[in-house]
Write a protein that binds this ligand. Sequence first.
Ligand code: NAD
Length: 479
Amino acid sequence: MSEVPVYRNYINGEFMAEPSSTIDVFNPANGQLLSRVPEANAGEVEQAVSAAKHAQKSWAAKPANERAGYLRKIANKIRENADRLARVITEEQGKVLGLARVEVDFTADYMDYMAEWARRIEGEVITSDRPGENIFLFHKPVGVVAGILPWNFPFFLIARKMAPALVTGNTIVIKPSEETPNNCFEFTKLVAETDLPEGVFNVVCGTGGNVGSTLTTHTGVDLISFTGSVETGARIMAAAAPNITKLNLELGGKAPAIVMADADLDLAVNAIKSSRVINSGQVCNCAERVYVHSSVADEFVSKITTAMAATTYGDPITQPDVDMGPLVNKIGLDKVAAMVETAKRQGGVVTTGGAIADLGQGFHYQPTVIAGCNGEMEIMNKEIFGAVLPIQIVDDLDEAIAYANASEYGLTSSIYTRDLSQAMRAINQLDFGETYVNRENFEAMQGFHAGVRKSGIGGADGKHGLYEYMHTHVAYIQS
Ligand code: NAD
C-alpha cells in the first residue's frame, strides 16, 4: 500500500505527536485511501479546551481590529493555496472541482467579511428610570467555542465558525467531520504559518461519539456551534443540558420549491435542477421537494426530467467537466437508494433515473425525478441528500404553503412567480428561516442563515450571526 499522509491534531499552536489511534479517509469517487487522521483521546480534547481557555482572555484583550488582522492574513494564505485546497476538498468529499474552488474562494472572502466587523461591534446606552443613572449594554465574547463540522461544505464551515468567533474575542476548538478532515488539516498548516497566538485556534479530530461528545459535555466549552444532522443536533442538546452550555445549531433541511402557474418555467427548471444537482444534492438548503401548480405541472415535469436526465456525473478528478461527483459514502448512497425504492412503492412515478449508477467505482446515484408524489410519502418529508427530486401537484398557493409548512424542517423555501403580491404572500406565510424568490440557494454572507422547527437554533452569517458569538453584559452606573 502506498504511503499516505498521517495528519496530527493542532493544540496550543503546535502539531501533536503522531496519533496512536487513527481513522482512514477515502476518496468516495474511487475508494482510494487518502490519509490517516487522529481519533483523539479524551486527554487531547482536554488539552485543546484548556489551551483555548488559557488563551482567551489575552486574545479578547487585543483590539478587535488587531484580531481581524489575523483573519485577513489567513484569507490571503487561503487565496495563495486555492487550487491545492480545492483539490483536497474534491478528493475527500466528491464535489466537482469548480464548486470546491468556489468554496475555497468564498471562505477567504468570508474571513475578510467577518474581519470588517471589527470596527462595527456596538453596545447600547439605555435610558434609566433612576435619576443620574446610565445603563450600558456591552456585547462580550462567550469564551471558548467548540466548532463541530459536517462534511458537505467542510472548508467553508471552518470559517463560518472560526471567523465570527475570533473577531469577537473568543478562542475555538474545531472538530472536523471524520469523513472530510484533510482540508481542515491543510488549512491548519496555513494558520500555523501565521503568527496567530497559540491556543486561539485548535483542531482535534475524531468520531462524533468520541471527540464530539467529549467536547459537548466539557465544562470548559462556553458555546457549541454545530452544523450537521437533526439527529446529532438533538444528541448535542442533551449532552449540553447538564452544563447549560449555549448552543448554535445549524441542522438539516427539506426545502420546498413552489412553482406557480405564472412562473417563468425555464428559469424555474434551471434553478431547481442546478440546486438539486450541486454537490450531488448534498446541501442543507437545496430544493428537496417541488409543489407545482396543476396548470403547468405536465410541462414542468417534462422539462425538469429532460434537464435532470442531461446531468453528467463521474469522478470529478479524472472527469473535471462532469456536473456532479459521487455521494460522500456508501451509507449516503444506500439511504438515497432506499428512499427512492420506498417512494416507488408508495406510488411515485420515476420519470428519469431511479437507480444506483454502475460506473465500476464510486458512490454514484443517477439524477432522478419522481412525479406523482403526495404529502404522505416519506420522500416528501425526510431529507434525501442526493440528486433526487420528488414532485407534488397543487391547485393553488394556499395548498402549496400548507404542504411546505407541514414539515419538521424549516430552513429554506423558494417560490417561482412573476406576481409580486403572490411572492409577498408566500414570504409572509412560509414558516422558514429563508425564502428565495425566482432563484434557489445559496445564501449571502451578509444575510442570515437560520432555520426554524428542527432545522436549528440560532443562525450564521451577517450581523446577527456574528452576535451569536457574544453574550450581553449590562452595567448600571449611578453618578
Ligand atoms: P452529522 O450530524 O452526521 O455529523 C456532523 C458532525 O457531528 C460530525 O463532525 C460528526 O462527527 C459529529 N457528531 C456526530 N455525533 C456526535 C455526537 N454525539 N456529539 C458530537 N458530535 C457528533 O452530519 P453530516 O452527515 O456530517 O452532515 C449532513 C447534515 O448536515 C445534513 O442533515 C445537512 O442538512 C446538515 N447541514 C446543515 C447545514 C446548515 O447550515 N443548516 C449546513 C450543512 C449541513
